[in-house]
Design a protein around this ligand. Structure first.
Ligand code: CTP
Length: 401
């Protein structure tokens, strides 16, 4: 049932657009509210009047219609939906989505949307197989866009091959699946470390680093969103505690280790904190004063490695231990060595050299290193990295059962 769910259906140009009329009926039968956006090409195949009649709502076609903009801005169009469905998704619209264009209402709505997107591609088999289309499909998939079809069979152009839009009931099933909350980690426990640590020099001074905590917090949010009971052990950051996550605020590496071990056993541990490698061996009880004898000498001691310590636990080792490797050169080779040295299962390696903008920035380019090899992820936002990692963790924990 889709009672009360709101679908924004974007119809692009293609002969398969006639099936979108059937799709609207099926969605309405199940209680969904369907609001439609049509491209100019779509209106060559089905009339806005039919779409309006079946959806029992106004149809949106024009980016620059003043009435539409005052009644319902393009931002609100997607914000007021639970899911954006593009059916049929033409090669042209998919290309514009992949390129981030905003040259008509459909593309603008898609670019301005923060909602899950499902595409049902439909086109001639040669167009579907073309490397340009396949590259666009891969780009969209990497951004989390879901896809249903295309199916193989007779095509409207008279050829046979892959490119037929999925049938309306298949699209309905994919919509129901997309809207069902994904709780694959329900009943699982997750531990995430995040942020920097602060190593006291004296009561007012410390050694630390520029970690923002954005990636670690996003991972905790993504694991909690999948239903995991999530504990976030974090050093000081500006990030809000994500909903459903239990925060344990710490300062030093030693405190981070104690807090992490106190929350075992867990099914998965993701160590995203930028732990200071060294602490000051003897913290001064009182504020260090300038005493005329020159600057004090700080003797450093090595901090415990939290990732390696958890990975080496005997009776309560997390089933999956994931670490990060912040590298500035030989990124993958160094990460492979680090994975073996620290005894963890996966390393997410990222290049933090100057100019990449990773440290403190909003995006990340990840190489996932495990015992079998390396998986290169495209540049993604830290939220998208977190969602993809949570998805991989859910698959791994279920596969291991
Ligand atoms: N880590 C940890 N405890 C430490 C140091 C690091 O848990 N004391 C974890 C980090 O959270 C990260 C991983 O280890 O998941 C890798 O950290 P990184 O700084 O890249 O590696 P280092 O161990 O510092 O190695 P090096 O600086 O020599 O590359």
């Amino acid at each position: 049932m889709l009672q009360g769910r709101r679908v924004l259906l974007i119809i692009s140009g293609g002969i398969a657009a006639y099936k979108s009329l059937e799709l609207i009926r099926r969605l309405r039968d199940r209680g969904a509210a369907v609001r439609c956006v049509m491209t100019a090409a779509a209106a060559q195949f089905v009339t806005p009047l039919s779409v309006a009649a079946l959806s029992e709502d106004k149809v949106y076609t024009d980016l620059f219609s003043l009435t539409d903009e005052s009644e319902m801005g393009h931002i609100r169009l997607s914000r007021e939906a639970d899911l954006v469905v593009v059916a049929p998704a033409s090669a042209d619209l998919m290309g514009r989505m992949a390129a981030g264009m905003a040259d008509d209402l459909a593309a603008t709505v898609l670019l301005a949307s923060d909602k899950p997107v499902l595409i049902a591609p439909a086109m001639n088999a040669m167009m579907w197989a073309h490397p340009a289309t396949q590259a666009n499909v891969a780009t969209l998939a990497a951004r989390g866009v879901r896809q249903v079809g295309p199916n193989a069979g007779d095509l409207a152009c008279g050829e046979i091959g892959s490119g037929r839009m999925a049938e309306p009931l298949e699209i309905v099933a994919a919509i129901e699946q997309s809207l069902a909350p994904d709780r694959r980690l329900a009943g699982k426990r997750a531990l995430v470390t995040s942020g920097p640590t602060r190593e006291a020099i004296d009561p007012v001074r410390y050694l630390s680093n520029h970690s923002s905590g954005k990636q670690g917090h996003a991972i905790a949010a993504a694991l909690a969103a999948l239903g995991a009971d999530t504990i976030l052990v974090s050093g000081p950051t500006q990030e809000a505690t994500p909903p459903g996550v239990a925060l344990v605020a710490i300062e030093s590496a030693a405190e981070m280790l104690v807090a992490a071990e106190a929350h075992l056993p867990v099914d998965v541990a993701v160590m995203a904190a930028a732990v200071a490698d060294w602490r000051v061996e003897t913290v001064a009880d009182q504020k260090l004063k300038k005493n005329g004898k020159g600057p004090p000498l700080l003797r450093l001691a090595e901090n415990p490695d939290i990732l390696a310590t958890l990975a080496a636990r005997r009776n309560d080792r997390p089933r999956l231990v994931v670490g990060f490797a912040a590298e500035t050169e030989n990124v993958v080779a160094n990460a492979q060595a680090k994975r073996r040295r620290k005894g963890c299962d996966w390393i997410l390696a990222n290049d933090v050299s100057a100019g990449t903008g990773t440290f403190g920035g909003d995006s990340n380019t990840i190489h996932l290193v495990d015992a079998h090899g390396v998986e290169d992820w495209p540049a993604m936002t830290k939220q998208a990295v977190a969602a993809r990692l949570a998805d991989r963790i859910a698959a791994a924990l279920h596969g291991a059962e």
